[in-house]
Design a protein around this ligand. Structure first.
Ligand code: SF4
Length: 389
């Protein structure tokens, strides 16, 4: 599997696959072809269908530092392609074929951006458990021995998360004109009295900032960034957790996110929202089970439940904005993570889990493949058809 670090990327909202990924492709192209005065860009698949609502056009202009870009859109294509060609005084520069793979990861045929580097030999949670047993070690030692600099990276991610929530709690007013969406995080925070109130306020603060195109941290995507971000903020500022402890929780969460990324998908355009919000819920559930002292079996059970009850969840953002249903859904998911951790702990020594984490990921992959394309971040079906202006 690839580095856990890749699940936590810092970049502009509102969508890791539609802003961070095109930004990275654009920046890589510019670094390799610095002398260009105009560009032609073709976007495919979900990138084409939701480019406007997801801020793709603006972020590409920013990455290339250029306004002279002619865009075309291949809405029939099923891949999230980004073809890019630069020009200088009408002379062609190389044509690159990039792809957005989810969570801000990209591939570029003509250039090695390094996202496909394998760090772990294990491919699923069963193999990880076997490794732990054979090497008489634990989950955190396993992760940090493979990624010794992970804590440093996660500390920076935590800073980004905290700043995003702080900004979101301060901001007020209209966030999105077409949807007539007004920010509510501050109002939620002002009346917060107990844990769930705070979690919801922090989740809204993060997601509203994300929708506004703020600097965010994927966890494992930007669409689902409110779940782990609100958990981290809550544990730090309401429960006084140390930064190191939070890094450990993100590492534990990352193990499960990584297994899903390898064996199913973390991209809404590939697997529907189960792949984004479902994955984040599993990650947060595992982190919470760990923080409450759960053993390996309890942690796995919590993560499994986090996915199981989101199976089949569609991605049908209204008008292509990462707002409805995304923001509310993040808040629901962080609350559910606490339920999963609680249930997994309650079941301890009472019942075994019938479905393993790997099995639910297998089912998630199957379900994602069966979902209609209209329900995979294209805004062509589901809720997106119900909205009346
Ligand atoms: S519905 Fe879910 S997967 Fe789709 S954009 Fe919103 S958060 Fe992402």
């Amino acid at each position: 599997m690839q580095a856990i670090k890749q699940l936590y990327r810092i970049g502009y909202g509102p969508s890791s696959s539609h802003t961070i990924a095109p930004y990275r492709i654009g920046k890589a192209y510019k670094a390799n072809n610095p002398i260009c005065d105009s560009y032609k860009i073709e976007l495919g698949g979900s990138l084409a269908l939701t480019a406007k609502g997801h801020g793709t056009i603006d972020i590409i202009k920013e990455a290339l530092e250029c306004d002279r870009i002619s865009f075309s859109f291949d809405t029939e294509c099923v891949e999230n392609n980004m073809f890019i060609q630069g020009f200088y005084e009408n002379e062609k520069r190389p044509l690159w074929h990039g792809k957005s793979l989810g969570g801000g990861a990209v591939s570029i045929e003509e250039y090695d951006i390094g996202d496909d580097k394998e760090v772990y030999d294990e491919n699923n949670f069963e193999e990880i458990k076997k490794y732990l047993k054979e090497n008489d070690t634990d989950l955190l030692s396993y992760v940090y021995s493979h990624e010794p600099d992970l804590r440093d990276h996660l500390s920076k991610c935590l800073e980004t998360m905290f700043e995003a929530v702080d900004r979101g709690l301060k901001a007020e007013g209209l966030l999105n004109e077409p949807l007539k969406y007004y920010r509510i995080a501050q109002k939620l925070y002002k009346k917060a009295k107990e844990r769930n109130d705070y979690l919801v306020a922090y989740s809204y603060a993060a997601c509203e900032e994300n929708a506004a195109g703020g600097m965010m941290c994927t966890a494992p995507t930007l669409g689902a960034c409110g779940i782990l971000t609100s958990l981290m903020y809550y544990l730090r500022f309401n429960e006084a957790y140390e930064i190191e402890e939070l890094c450990d929780l993100l590492s534990i969460a990352g193990i499960f996110g990584n297994c899903i990324k390898r064996n199913a998908s973390i991209a809404g355009s590939t697997g529907g929202c189960q792949a984004e919000v479902g994955t984040a819920c599993a990650m947060a559930s595992a982190a919470l089970a760990y923080s409450e002292g759960g053993d390996l079996r309890t942690i796995e059970y919590a993560a499994e439940m986090g996915i199981e009850h989101f199976l089949g969840l569609t991605c049908d953002p209204v008008l292509g904005f990462v707002i409805i249903p995304c923001i509310e859904r993040n808040a629901i998911s962080i609350l559910r993570s606490y339920d999963c951790a609680y249930l997994a702990k309650s079941f301890h020594n009472i019942k075994e889990n019938t479905i393993s984490f790997d099995s639910v990921v297998h089912a998630m992959n199957y379900t994602g493949n069966k979902l209609a394309i209209e329900l995979k971040e294209t805004s062509l079906g589901g809720l997106s058809l119900e909205y009346k202006k």
